[in-house]
Write a new protein. Structure first.
Length: 250
């Protein structure tokens, strides 16, 4: 019996090593077949293997960039990959640990305002400056279909260098110069929320939230109107919400 178990173990290890060798040299271009499952997402010019490679991507024929990855060994028996994501005006760096039911994503990076202008324009907001994403870690379920499948262990933090911002409020166009700001938020249980304040003053200026159904909510505090020198005839306190906007964004 012992001899039989040893033989079986050798066969299993040999088969496992052969499979690993095949996968290790499996062309990265095979990932194209997986990307077809994601609507509006395409991989272009893929090179290397699934363990070490690079590719370019296109999202909804509007957002493009390059993605490079490499295998970084095992993290408590689970495969870990390091990666870099580059595009016009942004660079993100991080790693993924592939667990049994989810992937653990660690990420940080920088982005200019140009890289997110398309999203901001939906809220009639146009700005300049640079954003810096502090290191954060998320757990994302495989085959995630909504933000309910994404959980953030600790609040995320994004710093903005400050600069010029233009926006439309009450059908009027405004343009102001803002000081450096900081955004802190949470993501979990199908909801995302963010609070924006000055770097040198933690009092709230703006709050944003997003529900699983795609409904977004923006709450503007009187303090923001003071910072932007926006005229206001009301007598609300600086910590009062003076404008609230709800929109469905997806």
């Amino acid at each position: 019996m012992v001899r039989l178990m040893k033989v079986a173990l050798k066969i299993f290890l040999t088969a496992f090593l052969l499979i690993m060798m095949v996968v290790a040299f499996f062309p990265a271009s095979s990932l194209k077949y997986l990307s077809r499952e994601i609507n509006g997402f395409d991989l272009i010019g893929t090179e290397g293997t699934v363990w070490n490679g690079k590719t370019r991507f296109l999202i909804s024929d509007e957002i493009s960039g390059s993605f490079q990855w490499n295998f970084d060994g095992l993290e408590k028996y689970w495969p870990k990959f390091n990666w870099t994501l580059n595009g016009t005006g942004y660079e993100l760096r991080g790693s993924n640990i592939f667990l049994s039911k989810k992937t653990r994503l660690s990420v940080q990076g920088e982005a200019s305002s140009d890289s997110i202008q398309q999203l901001l324009s939906r809220f009639d907001i146009f700005l300049s400056g640079v954003f810096t994403l502090a290191p954060l870690t998320l757990d994302i379920k495989y085959a995630a279909r909504s933000i309910e499948d994404i959980n953030l262990a600790t609040p995320y933090e994004i710093d903005w260098s400050g600069g010029q911002i233009s926006y439309i409020l009450a059908q009027q166009f405004f343009q102001v110069e803002l000081p450096p700001l900081i955004a802190k938020g949470t993501l979990g249980d199908g909801k995302a929320s963010t609070t924006i304040s000055r770097v040198d003053n933690k009092n709230r200026l703006l709050e944003l939230s997003l529900e699983e159904n795609g409904m977004s909510n923006i709450r503007v505090f009187r303090r923001l109107l003071e910072v932007t020198n926006t005229p206001w005839i009301g007598d609300q306190d600086l910590d009062d919400v003076v404008i609230e906007i709800e929109r469905k964004i997806f």
